[in-house]
Design a protein around this ligand. Structure first.
Ligand code: NAI
Length: 480
């Protein structure tokens, strides 16, 4: 309503349920709660306008409310059409002190099951602040908000947008439609918006990959902090988070007994390592595929068979992609799979499995078992079960990573946002990682909750190994 809070979510009446889950999550997120305690009074983010594009879950709600507690104004969209938890979105909009009738929280534009068109509209709304303003920083996951700004600026430089009909994906076509409209409305809109952005903090491997490409080609418009490569992010969230949420997604989607099955994990990076361990923990026989000899050798040393997907595809019961790459599971693979083999992706985008190709198989039949679970029956009568239409299954079929591990990731995010806002002069245009003392600090904040006690170096020991008693304890080239 006029003058009221802007938002677009599924159902505000879910807010009370969302609030109770947020309160439980807060207990499991000691890093974020420590940030509130440390900075709640001084409010160092006062004046910051943060646009977030990151899965709108219960854990993200705790992040959003932490940024608000530190003084920031926040607007939010999800970074995936299936990942929003509608009760969390409702609770954030209503806020701790509002009611569904008088919401008093944060503008959120996200619901579970958006169309691609709605997805990009939500991303745009999160970037468009009232009064024609833009954000002072972006908090991104996968880089879609950053991409929209960069493509907007490129379109304004060129004075035109290529036709949506020639786009290589539905997403690209939608972005082009959106930018064509904005070019007519205000031909300088994105350029002005980009000029006000101090930087972006990026959550995930795929988004970071996009940022380094922009930096390499000289197109990056503002500084970026690569949160993913904080050790306390990628070696925790990507690995232990997926170790938890991969099988959660498979179980909620199919409830198939994982023990005894032949499961293939494509990619043995940080995510793949967690996935393989998770499936082995359930008693699956796990085969890993890799292109990188180092990761392949790690997989063998960890006790997994390493093969190509072509070698094992006929025997596989479950195939999970965790590569961040495209075309890893092809239509030909799915045509050769067993009847009702389960196919799912846990990487960021939906092109790891050739879903577009699958839809084009002559005579193929797609049937919904329930939302985000579909059988695709080939003309020969065999079917594959595809989870979340090829989008990341742990957030589409389950609720993503649990709070504790997200506390590590989001404490890094909060620190990165503080760095960009408080010390912009330290970050020139380019991609940066947080200094190691902050990475160690994130870990330190999470130890007491688990009952862990650190050993303290004596000054003699510190001198002997050449590190300060207070850290940092490892050189930058150390790999953990
Ligand atoms: P990573 O770079 O550590 O691992 C990816 C691995 O896949 C690499 O070892 C690479 O050699 C391998 N690979 C690449 N192409 C391959 C192919 N064709 N066949 C077999 N292996 C191949 O990246 P990380 O951190 O493991 O992330 C993987 C993906 O998961 C990214 O898209 C990332 O954004 C996403 N991610 C998803 C999360 C979730 O909750 N669903 C959480 C964290 C990351």
């Amino acid at each position: 309503k006029p003058g009221g809070l802007e938002f677009e979510v599924a159902d505000l009446s879910l807010a009370a349920w969302g609030r109770r889950e947020i309160e439980l999550a807060e207990h499991e997120m000691p890093g974020l709660m420590a940030m509130r305690e440390r900075y709640g009074a001084s409010r160092p983010l006062a004046g910051a306008r943060i646009t977030g594009s990151l899965h709108m879950t219960v854990q993200t709600a705790v992040l959003i409310e932490t940024l608000v507690a530190l003084g920031a104004e926040v607007r939010w969209a999800s970074c995936n059409i299936f990942s929003t938890q509608d009760h969390a979105a409702a609770a954030v909009v209503v806020g701790p002190n509002g009611t569904p009738e008088e919401p008093a929280g944060v503008p959120v534009f996200a619901w579970k099951g958006e169309t691609i068109e709605e997805y990009w509209r939500c991303t745009e709304r999160a970037l468009r602040w009232p009064g024609g303003q833009g954000p002072t920083s972006i908090l991104d996951d996968g880089g879609d908000a950053t991409l929209l700004v960069h493509q907007g600026v490129a379109a304004e430089k060129a004075g035109s947008v290529p036709p949506p009909e020639t786009a290589s994906s539905e997403d690209e076509a939608e972005v082009r439609r959106l930018l064509a409209r904005s070019l007519v409305e205000d031909p300088q809109y994105w350029t002005t918006l980009a000029n006000g952005i101090r930087g972006v903090t990026e959550e995930t491997t795929t988004g970071v990959h996009r940022l380094y490409e922009l930096a390499r080609s000289g197109e990056l418009l503002f500084p970026a902090i690569n949160v993913n490569d904080s050790v306390t992010k990628s070696k925790f969230d990507n690995t232990y988070g997926c170790r938890h949420s991969l099988i959660d997604g498979i179980n909620r989607a199919t409830d198939v007994l994982i023990g005894g099955k032949l499961a293939v994990v494509c990619g043995y990076g940080d995510v793949g390592k967690g996935c393989a361990e998770s499936l082995r923990g359930q008693g699956a026989r796990v085969v890993v595929t890799e292109i990188d000899p180092i990761c392949a050798l790690q997989a063998v040393m960890d006790g997994f068979e390493v093969a190509t997907l072509d070698d094992v595809v006929e025997r596989a019961d479950i195939v999970v992609t965790a590569t961040g790459n495209r075309d890893v599971v092809t239509v030909d693979h799915m045509a050769r799979m067993k009847h009702l083999a389960i196919v799912g992706n846990i990487g960021h985008f939906d092109n790891e499995i050739d879903m577009a190709g699958l839809a084009k198989v002559p005579g193929i039949r797609k049937e919904e078992v329930k939302p985000q679970v579909h059988t695709w029956t080939f003309p020969d009568g065999h079917a594959v079960v595809v989870l979340s239409e090829g989008r990341l299954l742990n957030l589409g079929n389950a609720t993503g990573h649990p709070s504790f591990v997200m506390s590590c990731s989001f404490t890094n995010q909060t620190m990165a946002q503080l760095e960009l806002f408080q010390r912009p002069e330290h970050y020139e245009v380019g991609v940066h990682v947080l200094p190691k003392h902050l990475d160690e600090e994130v870990a330190r904040l999470h130890l007491p909750a688990l009952g862990a006690r650190l050993t303290r170096l004596t000054p003699e020991q510190a001198a002997y190994i050449g590190v300060p008693v207070e850290g940092p304890y490892k050189p930058d080239h150390y790999r953990y």
